[in-house]
Design a protein around this ligand. Structure first.
Ligand code: FAD
Length: 501
């Protein structure tokens, strides 16, 4: 082993990012490296991040976690997508499903057949052709079938869970695999005078900790990536202007729905996340248009069960670190950047950063090529995800507040404008194929927010299919029938993964 090899890794921070990283690295490196994690109980964690997207299942599976045990230990529930209320126009709603809309036929995407039928006033909502919504609207849940000939295979799911319990669960996992946790507050960092690489960190109690490689999971502070290395931040507030959230827990609702709800408000939006022991609520808003007190009162007026704690205000700036990997430090979690909570991408960006770090694990302490590749892919991932989030604001018709007027009229990135122009012309969905949010997600937002294309696919008029309407009706009826036969979400939880309160 060369003496330049990485033998000691230090993770700073023990929130979701820190413990997800510690768990995954201890599993992947299998004792080949010494891993330490420093966290400070006096500082604590951000304590939000309870809704996820389907790839989280892959992360848990890669660690060998058993699904029912994980859901039970984190007071979790299942999530089939997000219901968006009042986004396109007040009084309207749509569902962003996990999975696809029905199945394509005649080698033409199903939404094109639907657009044609809609123009002829022969169909109603696009949501009716989506298995995830068929189950969600009936309060049903069962994992999808692996038999791809079945309609039950066309949806996917993720989880809602208590983020503190998830971190504790992963801590046990990581410590059992040799990760050493150190309690302490980092007060200083020492850099190598020649290379500028991080040499050590100093704790408040005076102790110094050295390592070959550092992972900054210190949250918005970015203690190492910014505090020590001054990497710089690319601010995206002009595109994603919400910069605060007020959160509050409330009692568990009678009905535990299998989806997140995101309701648009005058200057932002509000989330509702059902867990087994409580409901998570938060109001995300733009401080230029609403005060903290007003935002708190909007939130408290709109929660549907009794609050269980005091509301708590969080501040953030949407954007990303100019480099995610800088010298011998990688930033993972909120220290790397934040796009805002819409569409629940925070934990996912942690998961993909960890996967990328493991794939590019450097041969030596200074490996510029691995750093370059990590940054190249991560920047692309942040930018494509950012564009999808911006779409929710840009594609609105709301004109009832300064906030909505601003986002409706704002300049958007060229990359997003290009996609919107394609859809506007003939309902065409374009993507470079490696994006987190695939075509059905874009479709859900475009059509759910009444961003109608001028035409449907011209091929449908060149070769009309007399059975298209019948196919659509059949799909809708089949989905409704299959969904009706599933267990309710509550029944499924009670049977397989009920938490011990
Ligand atoms: P933190 O939780 O802030 O942890 C930072 C850690 O660093 C803590 O352990 C702290 O003690 C430690 N630390 C800091 N300074 C020091 C120091 N000086 N010395 C020692 N230790 C220190 N993501 C989703 O996927 N789904 C969601 O629904 C979602 N909702 C969100 C809602 C809001 C309002 C916000 C702000 C974020 C949301 N996110 C969501 C993102 C998600 O919360 C984060 O990605 C996730 O919690 C990871 O946070 P973190 O570990 O990076 O930071």
């Amino acid at each position: 082993m060369s003496d330049k090899q990485i033998k000691k890794i230090l993770i700073v921070g023990g929130g979701s990012a820190g413990w997800m990283t510690a768990a995954a690295l201890s599993n992947a490196l299998r004792g080949g490296c010494e891993i330490q994690l420093v966290e400070s109980a006096s500082i604590g964690t951000i304590g939000v991040g309870e809704a996820t997207i389907p790839p989280i299942k892959l992360f848990n599976q890669s660690l060998g976690l058993e699904e029912n045990e994980f859901v039970s230990k984190t007071m979790g529930s299942f999530k089939l997508g997000i219901e968006f209320v009042d986004w396109g126009k007040k009084g309207t709603r749509y569902f962003h499903p996990f999975g696809t809309y029905g199945v394509d036929f005649d080698a033409i995407p199903i939404h094109q057949h639907w657009l044609k039928a809609k123009k002829e006033k022969q169909v109603e909502n696009l949501d009716d052709y989506c298995m995830a919504w068929a189950a969600a609207v009936r309060g049903k849940f069962h994992p999808p079938s692996r038999d791809h000939s079945k309609i039950q295979s066309t949806f996917d799911y993720a989880y809602h869970f208590d983020t503190g319990m998830y971190s504790r669960y992963l801590r046990q996992y990581a410590e059992a695999r040799g990760v050493v946790r150190i309690e302490g507050k980092v007060v200083n960092t020492t850099l190598d005078t020649e290379s500028g690489y991080i040499q050590s960190i100093k704790l408040e109690q005076g102790k110094s900790l050295e390592a070959d490689f550092f992972i900054d999971c210190s949250g918005f502070r970015g203690l190492l990536i910014e505090g020590a290395l001054q990497t710089g931040y690319e601010n995206w507030t002009h595109w994603l202007p919400c910069d605060r959230a007020v959160t509050v827990g409330s009692e568990q609702a009678e009905d535990i729905i299998p989806y997140t709800r995101a309701t648009a408000k005058t200057s932002g939006w509000q989330w509702r996340i059902p867990l087994q022991h409580r409901t998570g609520n938060g109001h995300v808003y733009c401080s230029e248009h609403m005060s903290d007190d007003e935002a708190t009162s909007v939130l408290l007026n709109d929660i549907d069960t009794k609050k269980t704690c005091d509301p708590f205000v969080l501040r953030f700036s949407t954007g990303r670190r100019k480099k995610f990997w800088n010298k011998n430090c990688v930033a993972i979690g909120l220290s790397a950047g934040f796009l805002e909570p819409l569409e629940s991408t925070g934990l996912h960006l942690i998961q993909t950063a960890i996967r990328r770090l493991i794939a590019l694990f450097p041969e030596s302490k200074n490996n510029g090529l691995a750093e370059q590749e990590f940054n190249r892919i991560t920047i692309k991932e942040y930018e494509t995800t950012r564009d999808f989030l911006i779409l929710h604001y840009k594609a609105t018709q709301r004109d009832d507040s300064e906030f909505w007027n601003y986002v409706r009229n704002m300049q958007i990135p060229e990359s997003l404008q290009y996609k919107m122009d394609h859809f506007q012309t003939s309902g065409r969905l374009v993507s470079d194929g490696v994006e987190l949010f695939a075509n059905p997600s874009w479709l859900a937002v475009y059509l759910g927010q009444h961003h109608w294309p001028q035409h449907y696919d011209p091929k449908l008029d060149l070769n009309p299919n007399k059975d298209a309407l019948y196919n659509l009706q059949h799909l809708r009826e089949l989905m409704a029938k299959v969904a009706a036969s599933m267990p309710s979400h509550a029944e499924y939880i009670n049977r397989f993964c009920k938490a011990v309160m």
